[in-house]
Design a protein around this ligand. Structure first.
Ligand code: SAM
Length: 282
């Protein structure tokens, strides 16, 4: 492939960082992956990439960006806040003809507008705002992505995939599992990053369900009320919520076939969805 040869001619990632004198900025959650074999294994998790438009949040020095292009993405839109990376991203854009760069905050970008379907989001996310971005993408209506392949702190990835009864199970698990099949596809030890963060990371893959839950906003409100007081029985923690919604507590739980004495971490995702539907009849 022409872009393979042209990208191969670029300096290595380590060399690129050295030439441009780049140091990680902690305030932007910067931890880089400078091993192209590793970034290619991450990019391969998003295959097939033919005909797919990828949005990559936080390309930094471009290790994952190069890998996505080498693995055959039709186009990559890289969204980066730190202008120090723009010249070296321009080099990748020129060499490949497949990269465009948006300089700005990914939280403010309308991705559905910015690129055509089919879209995949692939990113080594900044630690400080990664969870907020994920919640935005799973609660988007309609879902605008065909797949997400995202690197997080291991602890966040575990919260997303946790099952009822596990200590990591919570609001993030219920929201993410209500729209997609979630799995941890790869563990990345902290030492593989430059500079190494304090904790290990994991790559999370989320594939949308055929029928995602219809009202993530309402489910978000319900799970916030339930998990906000994790130790309490639902009949106590959800009392103010029921009042706000104008539903009678006992009837509401009976209609959803949920035990009002249960604690939130024991409820399945579908039980939360039933409670949500009963409080918000269509
Ligand atoms: N993808 C690169 C890699 O794997 O080596 C860098 C990953 S680093 C963990 C996160 C990147 O996100 C940094 O380049 C940082 O500047 C960028 N970033 C931080 N906050 C951002 C935001 N709100 N929007 C876009 N990029 C952001």
């Amino acid at each position: 492939m022409a872009e393979t040869t042209a990208l191969d001619a670029l300096p290595s990632l380590h060399e690129t960082v050295r030439i441009h004198g780049l140091r990680a900025d902690k305030s932007l959650g910067q931890h880089f992956l400078l091993d192209l074999d590793l970034t290619r294994s991450i990019a391969r998790l998003a295959r097939p990439l033919d005909g797919v438009n990828v949005v990559e949040v936080g390309p930094g020095p471009g290790g994952l960006t190069r890998a996505l292009i080498l693995e055959g993405a039709q186009s990559v839109l890289a969204v980066e806040m730190d202008d120090r990376f723009l010249p070296l991203l321009d080099d990748i854009a020129r060499a490949s003809g497949k990269l465009s760069v948006h300089h700005g905050d990914a939280l403010r970008l309308d991705m559905a507008q910015a690129l055509h379907a089919p879209r995949k989001i692939v990113a080594n996310l900044p630690y400080n705002v990664g969870t907020k971005m994920l919640v935005n993408w799973v609660t988007a209506k309609p879902l605008f992505w065909e797949q997400m392949v995202l690197m997080f702190q291991l602890e966040v990835a575990e919260r997303v995939c946790a099952q009822p009864g596990e200590s990591a199970y919570g609001r993030l698990s219920v929201l993410c599992q209500s729209v997609g099949e979630c799995r941890i596809a790869m563990n990345i030890p902290a030492r593989l990053f430059t500079p190494p963060p304090k904790v290990d990371s994991a790559v999370l893959v989320i594939d949308p369900l055929d029928t995602p839950f219809e009202d993530l906003k309402a489910l978000g409100e319900l799970t916030q009320a339930a998990f906000g007081q994790r130790r309490k029985m639902l009949r106590a923690s959800l009392k103010p919520y029921a009042k706000r919604k104008g539903v009678e507590l006992a009837d509401w739980f009976a209609a959803a076939s949920v035990d009002p004495q249960a604690r939130p971490e024991t409820l399945s995702v579908s039980q939360f969805q039933r409670l949500c539907r009963s409080a918000h009849p269509a």
